[in-house]
Design a protein around this ligand. Structure first.
Ligand SMILES: C[S@@+](CC[C@H](N)C(=O)[O-])C[C@H]1O[C@@H](n2cnc3c(N)ncnc32)[C@H](O)[C@@H]1O
Length: 443
């Protein structure tokens, strides 16, 4: 069914907030299905991602204005209110009357007359009081101040203040509150970064080189996935800059066997295969069959034939494939706290207790993967989090138990200054998404 943009945004928000769907998957499916033109696609994307990013501030307004307890509001009503308030408070170019009227129409269509009346009253009241809404000052409540100003959960802000101090946490929150540019990794088996950049520029998409990743290109305007595929299909793939550094740290060579033990959807597997060349064989393991398909699709799209996919629990890998690989990558499942800018709903899904279960599991993965490394071979551990317990602490504990492995310094060769042999990218310091890479060599 063809929907107007605001209705589509409402349905997407409901799917994320009520049914627990992932925003990136829902947004890309909706854009495909609705076949929006460029303007509508941008408006829709901003409505969904913007509302999700600023959710706690929008709820703060609802709680202040509403006569009803926000926890008792119907999810349909809540989604309509959040989306309407986002337009009123964060989108200067949207006429307030359009935001209110469309929200009321949606409430009438997908709720009932009573809901429409309530939505109308709340939105118009909020608009009237717009200038009077405040957040606590830093002296009144430093945590709540940061949480509401930069739209992060209070428990996470508290953790960051403990880990990094108040000043760095402010810089970190500011970083996560900005909309990221899209980063592309050039498929160097088919073209060069310069040639691909020329192509983008000719098609009216301004771009710039990534600073650290040699194949990285930042697009300063998101052309949308359809146009992107038309311009660069097979010549590149979307991949964040820090993720593009991992395959360079693994540094696959001709004639080698490489294991990527947590491989789907294959961003790093395909990069390893491209860098290693035809003479190198890359095995991408993952525990989910449907995700292996994504690796195969990406390999096909990029024209890479030296990739094999295997359905396998990485925890049991070591027993099956002892000393079979020259280089092994463990790109571990993690809390993702380094990439909150790219996944606006992730911050609201996380709970403090989720973080506790991860380090023992990551340590198990590393332990198993290490068994696959041939003598003299390389083991690389990476995550997209800035949570030290999942990063340095996991690797330190592994190295303490395995004298046969030694850390190999990573940062300098990629243009980062580091105090430890590990590369720990911090958004507030390095201006990139948070990431961690450790390289080890077996004796
Ligand atoms: C951080 S993602 C990997 C991203 C991937 N390396 C890339 O660059 O595209 C972690 C992956 O680990 C997989 N995974 C989770 N538990 C696993 C296990 N026990 N064994 C193998 N893979 C697992 C997940 O399915 C997920 O695809």
């Amino acid at each position: 069914m063809k929907m107007n943009v605001r209705e589509a945004a409402f349905h997407s928000l409901l799917a994320v907030c009520k049914d627990g769907g992932y925003s990136n998957i829902i947004v890309s499916k909706t854009i495909q299905k609705q076949n929006f033109d460029d303007r509508d696609r941008r408006f829709y994307t901003e409505l969904v991602y913007g509302t999700l990013r600023t959710l706690n501030y929008l709820d703060h307004i609802i709680s202040t204005v509403s006569t009803r307890d926000i926890k008792k509001l119907d999810p349909v009503c809540l989604a309509i209110l959040r989306c309407g308030l986002y337009q009123l408070f964060f989108m200067d170019k949207v006429p307030p009357s359009a935001a209110c009227n469309e929200a009321v129409k949606t409430a009438r269509r997908f709720g009932n007359a009573g809901m429409a009346k309530f939505v109308n009253a709340l939105l118009r009241n909020s608009l009237r009081k717009k200038e009077t809404f405040t957040v606590p000052t830093p002296t009144e409540d430093a945590i709540l101040h940061l949480s509401l100003t930069y739209h992060q959960p209070a428990w996470l802000v508290r953790k960051w203040v403990k880990d990094f101090g108040r000043e760095e946490t402010t810089a970190l929150c500011r970083y996560f509150d900005r909309v990221p540019d899209l980063c592309i990794r050039t498929n160097t088996t088919r073209t060069t970064r310069e040639a691909l950049m020329t192509l983008f520029t000719q098609k009216g998409v301004p771009c710039r080189c990534a600073l650290h990743a040699p194949e990285g290109i930042y697009l300063e305007k998101n052309p949308g996935i359809r146009t992107l595929t038309e311009i660069a299909g097979g010549l590149g793939m979307i991949q964040d800059e820090p993720s593009q550094l991992v395959a360079h740290v693994v540094a696959p060579q001709a004639g080698e066997v490489i294991f990527d033990v947590c491989a789907a959807p294959g961003g790093k597997t395909t990069h390893l295969a491209a860098l290693g060349g035809r003479g190198c064989l890359v095995y991408g393991f993952d525990i989910y069959e449907h995700k292996l398909k994504l690796i195969k699709e990406n390999a096909r799209m990029l024209g890479l034939e030296n990739i094999r996919t295997v359905l396998q629990d990485a925890v049991l890998l070591g027993r099956k494939y002892a000393a079979k690989a020259d280089r092994v990558l463990v790109d571990a499942p993690c809390s993702g706290l380094g990439i909150l800018r790219r996944k606006p709903d992730l911050r609201w899904r996380k709970r403090p207790e989720d973080l506790k279960a991860l380090p023992p599991f990551q340590r198990q993965l590393l332990e198993s993967a290490a068994k696959c490394v041939k003598p003299g071979g390389i083991l690389v551990y990476s995550t997209c989090t800035i949570n030290e317990e999942e990063n340095g602490a996991v690797v330190d504990s592994f190295l303490a138990a395995h004298a046969e492995f030694k850390a190999v310094p990573v940062g300098d060769s990629l243009g980062f200054r580091q105090d430890t042999p590990y590369l720990c990218i911090l958004p507030q310091r390095d201006g990139l998404d948070g990431f961690f890479i450790a390289k080890m060599q077996k004796a």
